[in-house]
Design a protein around this ligand. Structure first.
Ligand code: CP
Ligand code: NVA
Length: 306
């Protein structure tokens, strides 16, 4: 249960395939009620960007485990008045058992984790969103009864979600295809990392052609075209990303048993049409709920149970 005891999760690549699969298995067992664990610890949430799902799912997960949560919104801490990350990290270290951070730069997260001795979880950076992918993989596993050999295609911006999907899918044997406009590719280093992890046993494909990505695909996934911090580019991006919209026509070209995922929040009729997100193949609400089950398993794996 505590195989990751004391470890940080700054990138999905901090886990090996076995560890990732064990978190998913534990998440399924916690969700079904097959096992019931307690963990009376204190989680801090230090979020410099907005959040509904991550904030609430971590909070409820910790409450259900018998632990507590402190929401450290930078505006109500000294962080917004310029206290350095390094000093903040060393102070919080003395109070909390674990800290989840949502910020912009991956290097800020890493520097925080270097100064804090307690485990630090990436609750989203510009580079990665590992907690999201735990829930996504749990949703795929629940629907198909397996992960290995499934084909997942992501359409849109090569952002944090795309990067973490590349790593997560490669680790569990999912064929992963990322379709983006040419100037919005996923992180090159992560693409190479994913290829190394897949080791030729599953597909890792980056393409500009949505038709290539969608063929026989069983999971169509999309995210906003402009992420948090990129709002000023949103309007300019619309025509560039339009060919990557997940709409009914694209869904028709996928496998018959296709499911639709979106990390949310969604911009309806931009990256995904209203008909698709509300359609029978959409599992976005199950996916959102799974954030809580997956993170509960992650917390137990890092903190151990009472
Ligand atoms: N998917 C996700 O991380 O949602 P929030 O930004 O609401 O946390
Ligand atoms: N790519 C999005 C994900 C939101 C959950 C963002 O970073 O804003």
């Amino acid at each position: 249960m505590d195989k990751l005891k004391g470890r940080d999760l700054l990138s999905l690549a901090n886990l090996n395939s076995e560890e990732l699969k064990e978190i998913l298995q534990l998440a399924a067992q916690l969700k079904s009620g097959e096992i019931n664990l307690k963990c009376n610890k204190v989680l801090g949430l230090l979020f410099s960007k907005a959040s509904t799902r991550t904030r609430v799912s971590f909070t409820v997960a910790m409450y259900q485990l018998g632990g507590q949560v402190i929401d450290l919104n930078p505006n109500v801490t000294q962080v917004s008045r310029g206290e350095s990350l390094e000093d903040t990290a060393r102070v919080l270290d003395g109070y909390l058992d674990i800290l989840a951070i949502r910020t912009f730069e991956q290097k800020d997260l890493e520097s925080f984790a270097n100064y804090a001795k307690i485990p630090v979880i990436n609750a989203l950076t510009d580079r990665e969103h590992p907690c999201q992918i735990l829930a996504d993989l749990l949703t795929v596993q629940e629907n198909f009864g397996k992960l290995d050999g499934i084909t997942l295609s992501y359409f849109g911006d090569g952002n944090n979600v795309a990067n973490s999907l590349l790593l997560g899918c490669a680790m569990v044997g999912i064929n992963v295809r990322i379709a983006t406009p040419e100037n919005y590719l996923p992180n090159k280093e992560i693409v190479e990392q994913a290829k190394t992890i897949a080791n030729g046993k599953s597909e890792v494909l980056v393409t500009q052609d949505p038709q290539v990505a969608v063929k026989d695909s069983q999971v169509l996934y999309t995210d906003v075209w402009a992420s948090m911090g990129q709002e000023q580019e949103a309007n300019n991006r619309i025509p560039i990303f339009q060919p990557y919209q997940v709409n009914e026509k694209l869904v028709e070209s996928a496998a018959d048993d296709v499911i639709i995922l979106h990390c949310l929040p969604a911009h309806r009729d931009e990256e995904i049409t209203d008909a698709v997100i509300e359609g029978k193949k959409s599992l976005v609400w199950e996916q959102a709920e799974n954030r809580m089950h997956a993170q509960k398993a992650l917390l137990i794996s890092i903190l151990g149970s009472d």
